[in-house]
Ligand binder design. Sequence first.
Ligand SMILES: Nc1ncnc2c1ncn2[C@@H]1O[C@H](COP(=O)(O)OP(=O)(O)OP(=O)(O)O)[C@@H](O)[C@H]1O
Length: 884
Amino acid sequence: MKDQKALLRKVAAELLSVKRMEHLAGILSTTLKLETGYAEAAIFLLDTDNNLLRNVLGTHYPGQAVCLFQNEIQLKELTTEEILLTGSQDGLGEFCLDDAARRLLFRHYLSAAPAAGASVLVFPMREGNDFIGNLFLFFDAPLPAAQDDTDLFKMLIPNINMALLLLLWQERASVQGKEQLQSCVAQLNMLIALGTRIASARSHDELLEVINQHLKEVVGFAYTMMAVNGDQSSASTYVLDPNSAGLQQMDHPQLTAGRHAIVDGFLDKVLQSDDPLIFDLEKLIALRPLPGYLKTNYDNGIRQVVMTKFRKGKEAFGFWILTFDHTRTIAVTTLQIIHDVAMQLSVSVHNMLINLEYERRERERSRLMQFSNAIASIRDKGKLAKTIKEHLQDLFHIGDFMLWSLSRDHHHRTPVLFDCDSAFARHSAFQHYPADYFKNDDGIYNVILASSGVSYFNADDLDAAYAGHPYFAEIIETSDIVAMGGNVLRVGDEIVGILTFSTHQPHFVREKEELYLSICSQLAIVASNMFATDKISEQLAEISRFKERLEDEKIYLQEELETSIHTSDMIGSSVGMKAVHTLIGQVAYTDSTVLILGETGTGKELVARSVHNNSPRKSRLMVKVNCAALPANLIESELFGHEKGSFTGASERRLGKFELANHGTLFLDEIGELPLDLQGKLLRALQEKEIERIGGKSVIKVDVRVIAATNRNLEKEVATGRFRSDLYYRINIFPIRLPALRDRISDIPLLAGHFISKYATKAGKQIGSLSGHVLRELQRYNWPGNIRELEHIIERSVLLTKGDTLKAVDIPTADSDMHDESMYLEKKIKTIDENERDHIIRILKICRGRINGHHGAAVLLGIPPSTLNSKMKRLDIRKQDIRP
Ligand SMILES: Nc1ncnc2c1ncn2[C@@H]1O[C@H](COP(=O)(O)OP(=O)(O)OP(=O)(O)O)[C@@H](O)[C@H]1O
């Protein structure tokens, strides 16, 4: 390029000194020929009188400046602006009228047998708008393909043309007059100087300066503008858009910048013409309204405009507009100059556009890099959304964006990444939407999904799609959204989500769609990674929840195993027990709450287990909570669980029994002992079927069947205000009342036999039966501790028995006369608590005050040591009570 400029300057300087045709021939056969590599040059001028082209200049013979080709040959006029490229001498057939002429031409200029692939470049020579002849450049090889070479010729042709005209005018000098000749020389000088300056201009500012400095005076324009095609993809959408291509309007700051349609009756005419066109605004405005940019010119005092197009080959890529603030006739020579300068400008502007395009791409690449770097290091979703929003706003004037994930069938979408401060996100519906809230068949998202590029929607489209929508309609109305766009995010062939945006200026995305889609490709990768990470964390959380649950269940089952001395068999065929069996059978398979009533030790837990084991929930846990066993302040945590740090001592998150029993059964033993405030919370949990952990922020849905048991008279408790009536009615749906052992003494032989065999096996003894005396003793006793007491007495007796028959039982002597009705009545007026207290004291005495361990009172009483401790506290049992 640098060499070309030097060459241009050199040739232009030489052309300036041309005085005779031989000089021109000399330049064509020396400097230019050597530098550009054509074999021969010739100029043919049109002889209008004889209608033929006459050879006036040739470089045929080396050493001779001019050798005119004497034969007058009939050639077609090559009037087109195009450089005519022919692949071989055959191509000359296009403009040689006959074969003989073609052969002659080649033979003359390219020796008798031209090399294969010989070719020729042909340029039209003009005087004003009139065609006057052709310049032929013959090559003995195929035409130079390099763009720079043909550009070089294009820059030079107007200079050669002007030098030729000068010679012609010199010939006609006597007629034309000296003045005109001088002005022509001046014009030629200007044109040549302008050509080299245009070629060396590096920016449009420089180009502007060159035109203003060197052309303004000669042509006499007021100001000039250039406009280039704003949309490279389609020739039909040329726009006047100085901003988009970086070429600014010149000299006239008031002129409306912006986009202008081509088909306006002016620009489209310019497109069709090879020559500059003059528009007389004064006349035209009287006939029809002018397009905006011409009207502005007119209002600013412009009366005529000359417009011509910029071209690259056959394709026009912009316009050059010169304005004139007078109505005087614009001379043909002026138009000739404009035409010639437009040719030179075309090359220069086109190169500049290529550079601008290159710079634009570079800029975009660096923006893309910036974007990737910005988002690569961010882990926090909120920060990521803010960064994406900033970039989208900065690059495309996008207001809000939303990244959606799609359901497997693509029917629904879920917002996953967005700016929390946006109008969308702040809307109340956005806070709590159900899983299938955002459906894709709404006339917007199905269009986005079906399209491979960006889909755009205007306010009307949005109104039509979302009229009456509880969420979007309101947002559209309140946020004044003008347009929305959206596209699918893909990684390879896989659709990973949808990106949508709202904007007031959608053309900022349209015009930079390529960059926008590149950014979307990066977002697609971010989204895909984000979804994968979310999924992994979800799975990990699920695994850890599952592990925790298993751990909790394991701990619970271990505790159960340690303390449990229950058997799943329920012994008893008395009428009372048969009724109990029937009730269990009726209620087990339902989800109804069951309330089991009965004195201590009558087998309430056994019944609860039987209900559970016969229910559809039997494969899940039956979790037991002894409401009497824990201090009031711990029961809430026991039932509902707590979050880490929710109270002093809550060092770990803990699952409550309600959650542990999810899908299973919760057995609330000794429900009558539940503190009043917790009764309310329990009632809520039973009614709402959801719980809240202590210190937790959300409610947890639970599916639990509740079985409650008590040895208290709940009706009485309700009457005295110790038990909430609403809770009582809520749990007393299906009561099962267990008879006391004294009321079913017919079951005692069976029960005694069952316990003998159980404990004999345990102790490794062979005890087959019990004596009649013992049986009678057992049947006479009052059994305040019911079956539990019977079981323990038998266990103890088994341990003491030596033979194969149980001959003695250690029934408390004070109570041995229980058959005595009066004593029995006296006993009966004791409260249950008093009875329980006595019983515990008696067992503690037997165990010599020991609570824990295999021979401790807790084991004998069949309750966990912690329960025994709390009972002792509640019943005020002290050390002195236990002393023998
Ligand atoms: N019908 C029965 N057949 C065999 N064993 C029984 C029967 N009923 C109760 N038992 C046994 O008696 C003991 C006490 O039973 P359970 O704990 O179910 O009574 P409870 O009514 O829940 O007592 P509490 O009111 O003190 O909690 C357990 O060891 C149990 O296995």
